[in-house]
Design a protein around this ligand. Structure first.
Ligand code: HEM
Length: 422
């Protein structure tokens, strides 16, 4: 007789684990399908809503994401903004967290990220720190920092090669914000070991922008295990090392009775002193996390934007020596035989101010802001943007007109008169 080989029992009878596995797999499949349908519907709705707005051709999957930053894309957005700016400026919706959330591990939830009641509370707390009476003495501190930078340049230009200015300008603006807002005289422009914060900021701004453009990195887990994610964490650590040091030093100096009495006599406090002395109605100060977030926010916003603005202004001036000459003459006349600028001089620099504004128009240090629409917004011509994320780009870059897409060429040349009439 032939022996029947026994069929393995696993093939005939399901084990308890496989009994659970099938429904779980079916559940996951249904969940993924529902999510995909939901996403598809949302996308269709958005595409329909944006159909009525003019724009360059978009990719069926990526939309316009690959075009962000390209001249043509920027041009179209600028045109839309010209039409709809007045309506957009009125809305006070929360920040669109898509890009802002990538900044949180670095600058925390300070004013730039916050919205709602907490934003309002911090804003009310910090506004006195930017009162004219506080700002006036800052002019001489800034002039001092600028002189250090110019002295460095005097030495550098004896060498017959070009000099990269941006890092010097960044160190100068960092020096200024540290002195003005953080009462910290750091010598960061001349001290060789002090530029690690600036270098970390270069890394961080590049990495945040790259993360925004590369969709797989929007996922926290993927980003954390990627080499870029690890570089980001290291740069955050360095940036925090710098801000922690500044907070610690100021806390220590405020323990000194004399220093404390000095600030108690002041009508308006400097930024960091406001944060350190703030008390709510129950006498509680800011939490360490909130304090750090505001310091990180202002340390970054307070130097990087201005460094970029100053550097682009110098670039524009170099390209247009005729305007540079007029600015020089204007300032020379205001200064007379003095060496440094004073507060009252600022209002007299009409032509130079026009040049600064024009340079900011062409090369804005903050090219875009984003808001999350909590309800649909309808413009004066009846076109509507639905609720959901809406990114608003303020950029008005130097765009070369191209006949295909640019029926209304945007004024792209440097000319101060252009800004003055806006
Ligand atoms: C040329 C220089 C500057 C430019 C072009 C600039 C531009 C901007 C823009 C466009 C925003 C709005 C961002 C948004 O709503 O998403 C903003 C917000 C902010 N900026 Fe500046 N900024 C400059 C200088 C500064 C300086 C010097 C400081 C600090 C001392 C600063 C601190 C801030 C803060 C804290 C916010 C958030 C404000 C809030 O939401 O209440 N900025 N800046």
């Amino acid at each position: 007789t032939s022996e029947l080989s026994p069929v393995p029992s696993t093939r005939l009878f399901a084990t308890p684990s496989s009994l659970l596995l099938y429904p779980a797999a079916v559940f996951c499949l249904i969940y993924v399908l529902l999510k995909a349908i939901q996403l598809y519907h949302k996308r269709q709705q958005l595409l329909k809503a944006f159909e009525s707005f003019p724009g360059p051709p978009s990719h069926w999957l990526y939309g316009h994401s690959s075009q962000v930053g390209k001249d043509i894309f920027v041009f179209m957005v600028c045109q839309l903004l010209t039409l709809y700016l007045s309506s957009l400026l009125n809305f006070t919706d929360p920040k669109g967290l898509t890009i802002y959330k990538f900044l949180i591990p670095w600058i925390g939830k300070g004013l730039l990220i916050l919205h709602g009641p907490k934003w309002f509370q911090h804003r009310r707390l910090l506004t006195p720190g930017f009162h004219y009476d506080v700002l006036k003495p800052y002019v001489s501190l800034m002039a001092e920092s600028t002189k250090v930078m110019l002295d460095k340049w005097e030495r550098l230009i004896t060498v017959d090669k070009s000099v990269e200015l941006f890092e010097h300008v960044s160190l100068m603006t960092l020096d200024s914000i540290m002195k003005c807002a953080f009462s910290c005289h750091s010598n960061c422009q001349t001290d060789r070991d002090s530029d690690y914060y600036i270098k970390a900021v270069y890394d961080l701004t590049y990495l945040v922008f790259h993360r925004f453009r590369f969709f797989p990195f929007h996922n926290d887990f993927i980003y954390r295990i990627s080499s870029q994610g690890r570089r980001f964490q290291e740069a955050c650590r360095l940036a925090h090392q710098h801000t922690d040091k500044v907070i610690k030093e100021r806390k220590t100096s405020l323990q000194d009775q004399q220093e404390l009495e000095k600030i108690q006599k002041k009508k308006f406090l400097d930024f960091l002193d406001i944060l350190l002395c703030a008390k709510d109605e129950n006498g509680a100060g800011l939490s360490d996390e909130d304090l750090r977030a505001e310091v990180d926010t202002f340390m970054f916003e307070g130097h990087d934007t201005t460094a970029s603005g100053v550097s682009w202004l110098l670039y524009c001036m170099a390209l247009h020596p005729e305007h540079q000459q007029r600015c020089r003459e204007e300032i020379k006349e205001i200064l007379g035989d003095r060496e440094t600028i004073q507060w009252d001089d600022l209002g007299k620099m009409t032509y130079s101010t026009m040049c600064i504004k024009e340079s900011l128009r062409l090369y804005p240090p903050v090219p875009g802001v984003s808001r999350l629409l909590s309800k649909p917004i309808t413009f004066h011509d009846g076109r509507t943007v639905p609720e959901g994320l809406f990114s608003l780009f303020l950029l008005k870059g130097p765009i070369l007109p191209s006949a295909a897409y640019m029926p209304l060429p945007l004024k792209s040349h440097f000319g101060p008169e252009c800004s003055s009439c806006q």
